[in-house]
Ligand binder design. Structure first.
Ligand code: PEP
Length: 253
């Protein structure tokens, strides 16, 4: 059975409240109730509730950009799974390279957050990707083992159905240097083959693997046409309704 395409917009630390509402309203209108591809946006925490409101009546889902692995309590600045769920989130992005490389998030933290999130019933968009140096040294397998396998260790077969992997080569994020469709396909094929050998055919075949890294309306169709590329995690181009809607269209919506 063919996997459904999925396009998620990562707004990062961008937008005013007015901009967030206007963008969400335009996306809700543009996507409507189409379910040909799954679509979601991940605004900053304070805009989750108003964006959820603006998306009502459309099939565009809501995600957070991170979440705490603690359920509640004295953790100043943290936000829990219960809070983002109550704000309307179905998805959460975890292990984004900006959190790993700029904010020093460790594999252990990503592992704890992933377990907390899937146990809470959230769908996790687990990001992984190599730096340019790692790529040049041929360390793709090691990066996979460090970032994906460490994160999903102990996940049950049932919980795998709530995991989406986003392959995001660090050298392509926010740089304008999109991976070629062949580069993306090779990496996705490697990830799926690895998951197949570790967790079996059923989980590997059902697993959505998104590509992220400077996806634009011009590059989306070529990337999404690859057999193991199941959609995209989009940063910069998700902040412009027309561009994001063109990417969603390339995914079949
Ligand atoms: C991202 O933030 O996940 C991302 C892929 O960003 P961009 O599309 O801007 O490279």
């Amino acid at each position: 059975m063919a996997r459904k395409k999925f396009v998620a917009g990562n707004w990062k630390m961008n937008t005013t409240l007015a901009e967030a509402k206007a963008l969400a309203t335009a996306l809700a209108q543009g996507v409507g109730t189409s379910t040909a591809a799954d679509v979601a946006v991940c605004p900053p925490y304070p805009w989750l509730v108003p964006v959820h409101e603006a998306l009502k009546g459309s099939s565009v889902g809501l995600g957070a950009q991170d979440v705490s692995h603690e359920p509640k309590g004295a953790f100043t600045g943290e936000v829990s799974t219960a809070m983002i769920k109550e704000a309307g989130c179905k998805y959460v992005v975890l292990g984004h390279s900006e959190r790993r490389h700029i904010l020093g998030e460790s594999d252990v933290e990503v592992h704890l957050k992933l377990h907390t999130a899937v146990e809470a019933g959230l769908y996790v968009i687990l990001c992984m990707g190599e730096t340019l140096v790692e790529r040049e040294k041929g360390l793709a397998e090691r990066v996979f083992q460090r970032q994906v396998y460490s994160a999903v260790a102990g996940i049950t077969d049932e919980q795998w159905s709530r995991i989406i992997i986003a392959y995001e080569p660090v050298w392509a994020i926010g740089t304008g240097k999109t991976a070629t469709p062949d580069q993306a396909q090779n990496a996705h094929y490697f990830i799926r083959t690895k998951i197949r050998s570790l967790h079996g055919e059923k989980i590997a075949n059902a697993l959505p693997i998104l590509y992220g890294g400077s996806v634009t309306a011009d590059t989306a169709a070529g990337l999404f046409s690859q057999p193991d590329v199941d959609g995209g995690l989009v940063g910069g181009a998700s902040l412009k309704a027309d561009q994001f809607l063109a990417i969603v269209k390339a995914a079949g919506n």
